[in-house]
Each structure stands twice: as C-alpha cells, then as structure tokens.
Ligand binder design. Structure first.
Ligand code: URA
Length: 475
C-alpha cells in the first residue's frame, strides 16, 4: 500500500498493513483515530484493526502517535485559568478498585484541581462511570463547559469520554471491551493517556496494577506498561509518575457498583473498618503523590499527611458530595445507603474448606462480579439511558445493575473455618447467582499455612526510571 502524504488513505489498507506486521505512521494512525471519533470508519473495520494491533503489537512510536491522535480527536480542556495545578490519577483497571472516589476529593480538598475522565467496566474490571451512575440523577456526560464549571466550583469533576472530549477513546474503549482487545500495552497506553492529555493536566499519577487481577499478568509486562505510560505522557509535556500496586485480591471488600460507592463513602466519613485498610492506604499514597505533583506538598509523604488530614476533618467528603450535587446526583441516597441497596437476589456463600486464604484468581472474581449483573453481557441492546448517565445512542450500551456485585468477608491471609460466611453475592435475578458462585469457588485457593504477604506498592516509575527501563528493555 502507498501511504505517501498526498495519497488517499483507506481503512482496509491500514488494517491489512497492521495484520501483516507493518508499522503504521502518524498519518495513518490519525486517520484511524479521526474515523473512530466521527463514525466514518465502520465498527467491523475498527474491530478488525484492534485485533490486528493486539496481536501484532504497537511500537513505541506507534503508541505515541496513536495517543496524540486520539487526544486530538476532540476538544481540549484548559484548566490553567483556574489558577491551580491540574492533576489526575488513572488506574490501569482492577476489581473493587474504588480509589478514584477517595483520591479525587482528597486532592481537591488540598488545593489541586482534578478534572477526571474515567471509563466504564472494561473486560473483567469495574468502571468508575458505571459506579457513579448508581447515584440517581448523576450525569457522567457533561459538556466541556459544564465539566470545566464543576471543576471550577468544586475542585473536581468526574465524567466519561464524550463526543467532545476524547471521542476516539469513547468508541474504541467500548469496542475493545467487546472484542477481547483490552490487554495490549500500546492500546492501554493510548486509551489512558489520550483522555488525560485532553484535559490539559499539569501532572498525572498512574496506578499500574500487578498480580492476578491486572490486565497484564506478568510482572515484566506491567513494568513495561508503567514505563511506556510515563515516557509517553512526559514526552507530551505532562509530569507523570506510575506506581506499581498489587491487584492480587479485590481492593477493599466490595466489588460492584453501589456497594463500592458505599465503601468509599464510609472511609470519607472517617470510618476505618479493617476490611477497607488496603483501600484507605492506597488512596492516601496516590493522593499524596497527586498533592505533591500539584505543588501542595514538598514530598509525596507530606502529601500523604495532608490527604489523611482531609480524610479525618471531613473536607474531602464535603468536596465529594458537592461534586455529586453539581452533577445532578441525588444526595439523599447517602442518608441511608443500606436502604437504597435493593438487589434482586442475594446469596451468602459459606467457606467450603477450612484454612488460610492463600491465593485468589482476581480476574476470575472480576468476571464473577460482572455476571451478577454489575457489568455488560453483550453489546447492541437499545441504548436505554441508565439513570442520568450517558444518553448517547451511538455506543449501544447495555445498562448495568447498580445493586449487583459481591462483598468479600475474608481477605488473603485470613484464617477461615468451613461454614463461615465467605462472600455475599447480590444479583439482578436469582438465576444469575449460580455462575458467579461457581466462578468464586474455582477462584479461591486455601492452604494449611499462611501465605507470604505481598506489598501494596512495589515500585515507582519516574521519568528517568521509565526512560532507562525502556532503553534497557530488549523488545
Ligand atoms: N483505563 C482506560 O482508560 N483504558 C484502558 O484501556 C484501561 C484502563
């Protein structure tokens, strides 16, 4: 295929070139991103291109070009006029990962502007947007002007990709979810960074998950992804760090939509249940880095201390509730969160063995959560707008059940006796319980002696470390 700068581009040529292992140039990748954003490339062609890119991989240069093209596929926000540093946190995706509900208001309460663009459930992982839409009336699809106004008023806004902001990722993200093309470093990098760069951030903190619930299972692949993300974002002018954190078990005890919000709000209300200790600690570490990069603390440790103060004095809770109200959410559901929770069916699963909880297949647990009704089963249902959420018909998104999910009553390393409650499943309908229960039982492994503890955070990648890692990496 000719791809001189004056020759016309055709999607069929571009996807065949990637299928055959060729390297795409910036012009071709801009064509893909623009066509994804404006709908001129058909879904079948985009899906085939995604699979070719997943199998063949994207070079570092292709990843950079795709990231910038996807960022440029829509408009950009410019938070500079707020007179604050704009900093965000983005995770590569996990199970029960609700840190966004804590870190965003914590950083905002400490003087950082947090324009946060999140995603929906992706593969086995939950989606911040689906969780937020459990709040009646909460709007995740704001115009750019509305988004900026909420950040100016509350210090934080949490929305999804829209037709204005990162529209290429909006379409590709939904397609990757349904075509098994999530777990690729280049596609992950372009998806995560394109929407974050479009918000005009000064700095970004990345939470790169490792372990059985991460998209990339091998430790060296997670390190490569962290380095790729940091180097790509830094080259685009955004100060960035990536923290490698453990996803060898769900974070906290709740995995679902409404039940995750409840767990986060308990912490924001100053409660400190033992089962949320890892969630609390990771949120404070991430917020500490955001506050440090946002120039409100000399070190990440000093940022941690400021974040903890904002947790204890209630200021982060006030910021979070103000944001929900500003985006149309009905705050009354937080008066009595248990009364609002109305799952269609509930089952308590008792421990089927005695012993120590030794190992969890956390990705399988994520699929179990999705199959209670908390995630999407298929594409193409009529776009029934889910509560106040994304009303765009173009993605054909199936609504998710805000009340479905799983509460885990035992964590890794815990000693359990056969018959004691191990997990409570909430499903949309009774017939949806059997499959997640079966998955859960296959995913949990017991042992006679306690397993070795795994650190919550194992490595930090700064710009220098990322560049060195990529130079050393023989790929
Ligand atoms: N978060 C994103 O925004 N995109 C991904 O591909 C994974 C996590």
């Amino acid at each position: 295929m000719q791809s001189d700068s004056d020759s016309a581009l055709h999607m069929i040529d571009i996807l065949r070139k990637k299928r055959d292992g060729g390297e795409l140039d910036a012009r071709e990748l801009s064509f893909v991103a623009a066509g994804a954003a404006n709908g001129s490339i058909q879904e079948a062609e985009l899906a085939a291109w995604l699979m070719a890119a997943w199998i063949r991989g994207l070079s570092r240069e292709e990843t950079r070009a795709l990231t910038l093209a996807m960022c440029d596929s829509g408009e950009k926000s410019s938070p500079a006029r707020l007179g604050k540093q704009a900093v965000n946190k983005h995770s590569t995706g996990g199970v029960g990962d609700k840190t966004s509900f804590l870190v965003a208001p914590l950083a905002a309460a400490c003087g950082v502007a947090v324009p946060m663009i999140s995603g929906r459930a992706l593969g086995h992982t939950g989606g911040t947007l689906d969780k937020l839409e459990a709040i009646p009336g909460y709007r995740t699809a704001l115009t750019l002007a509305e988004f900026e106004a909420v950040v100016a008023k509350c210090g934080v806004s949490m929305i999804g990709q829209t037709d204005q902001l990162a529209p290429a990722d909006r379409r590709l993200y939904a397609l990757r979810d349904r075509t098994g093309t999530v777990e690729n470093p280049g596609l992950l990098c372009a998806s995560i960074l394109s929407k974050n760069l479009a918000t005009g951030l000064d700095a970004l903190v990345l939470d790169v998950k490792t372990g059985s619930g991460a998209f990339l299972r091998k430790r060296e692949d997670c390190e490569f992804l962290a380095a790729l993300l940091v180097a790509t974002a830094e080259a685009a002018g955004t100060r960035t760090v990536a923290l490698l954190t453990d996803m060898g078990q769900p974070l906290g005890r709740a995995a679902g939509n409404w039940i995750e919000l409840v767990e986060a709000v308990e912490l924001l209300r100053g409660q400190r249940p033992p089962w949320s200790e890892d969630l609390r600690e990771l949120s404070l570490i991430l917020a500490g880095w955001m506050i440090h990069l946002g120039m409100q603390a000399e070190t990440p440790e000093a940022g941690y201390a400021r974040a903890e103060k904002a947790l204890l004095d209630g200021s982060a809770l006030r910021v979070f509730l103000a944001m929900i109200e500003a985006q149309g959410g009905d705050l009354r559901v937080f008066d009595d969160p248990a009364a609002f929770h109305k799952p269609g069916a509930t089952e308590v699963v008792a421990a089927w063995e005695s012993g120590y909880v030794a190992r969890m297949d956390t990705a399988a647990l994520g699929w179990a959560v999705q199959r209670t009704g908390a995630g999407r089963e298929k594409a193409g249902d009529p776009a029934v707008a889910h509560r106040g959420g994304d009303r765009s018909p173009s993605l054909g998104l199936e609504p998710v059940d805000p009340h479905a999910g799983i509460l885990f009553h035992a964590r890794l390393g815990a000693r359990v006796e056969r018959g004691q409650p191990f997990a409570t499943l909430f499903a949309t309908r009774p017939e949806l319980l059997a499959e997640p229960v079966a998955i859960l039982k296959r995913a949990i492994h017991f042992s006679k002696s306690p397993p070795n503890a795994v650190p919550l955070m194992s490595r930090v990648f700064t710009r220098e470390e990322a560049e060195k890692y990529l130079q050393d990496a023989v790929r």
